[in-house]
Write a protein that binds this ligand. Sequence first.
Ligand code: 3BY
Ligand code: FES
Ligand code: FE
Length: 405
Amino acid sequence: MAEYGRIKAALEARPPRHSLSQYLYNDDAVFAFDQKAIFHRSWILIGFEIEFPTSGSYQSIKLGGAPVIIIRGRDGVLRGFHNTCRHRGAELCPEGSGKSARLVCPYHQWTYDTAGKLIFAGRMGDDFDASAHGLAPIHVETLEGTVYVCLAENPPDFAPYARAVAPMLAAHDFKNAKIAHQATLMEKANWKLVMENARECYHCAGRHPELAVTFPIYAKGNFETVSDHEANFDARMAELGLAGAPVEADWWQAARFPLNEGMVSMTMDGQRAVSKLMCPIGDGDIGSLRWALEPHSFCHSTGDFTFMFTCIPISTKETLVLGKWLVHKDAVEGVDYDLENLVKLWDVTNIEDRDLCELNQRGVDSPGYRPGPYSEVAESLVQRFTSYYVAKALDYIDEVEGESR
Ligand code: 3BY
Ligand code: FES
Ligand code: FE
């Protein structure tokens, strides 16, 4: 609790529109705090329903350091549970994915069904109440084929996000997609530096020559229309009946925006990587739908594919960046798309970003580091991220202090 006092003071002392203090990036106690205050209390986009194709399909992952299992029940419902046996707490399922009709604890073989119900516990005696020892559930939401998990007892309201973003996601038909590729990068940087970097294109002109071919690197805020090219795009999308006007609230944003003129996909040359489209409307020439969640992700959906970026904090100065590339389920590798061409742009961009995040971390480690000012025009989404972080963190401290009073 005394440690939270120090964190609170650091959060409150933050000069507005500036990067955070060295302590908030580099301290191990702050890292542990972030997992609980931020990652356990936010909706985390973990992926797509197609990753859980049948009853018993599961993923065992870490959410803010906590082991959880997401599994599809026999009734078709996707559920989430803490990955800890209700006997003496052993980890039920090693990290990874698979398919299983039941979850059997490797320790004493307590066995749960896909809905988390305890269905076998040997030698526990006649008065043992199995129904009181089901797996501890966590919140799971699905939206047009996308999947979100939250560990909080009372998660942030999902409904406004669902209402606003569902029509935008629907056009991309995630229920008929497949994962074409996944990649991870371990970055030697605090997760907040990774996210600040992911939220701006101030560095794009200088450091992402490949991305700059297609991405409007001077776009402002939530990609609101400013030029004629963009106004024409908005009119064309309206004609096609495609939802896309910018929408946002504290923890989410979405907007369909035009790529640079003549570009139809986010690839090295701006041309389609996949001939079998996820969204065939307008022949797939529909700009990109960007949807981003605080504190950890952004996605881009063009007509031909979707790229999902999520950051997973591992330790104070280690962050795993997980990328997923989705294409239409009937697109055939080597026929409808060349995998290298599909993944190249985001691959090179993520590697360039990793180097920038590590460069930033090395400088933040300097005794000479002081919080520096964000650009109002070029770093408004960084400011948005940091404000979310500070507000959510202070809110958690209030909550914990309230409980201990
Ligand atoms: O959040 C985004 O959309 C991106 C992707 C590239 C740079 N960053 C601002
Ligand atoms: Fe931005 Fe150096 S110019 S950190
Ligand atoms: Fe970048």
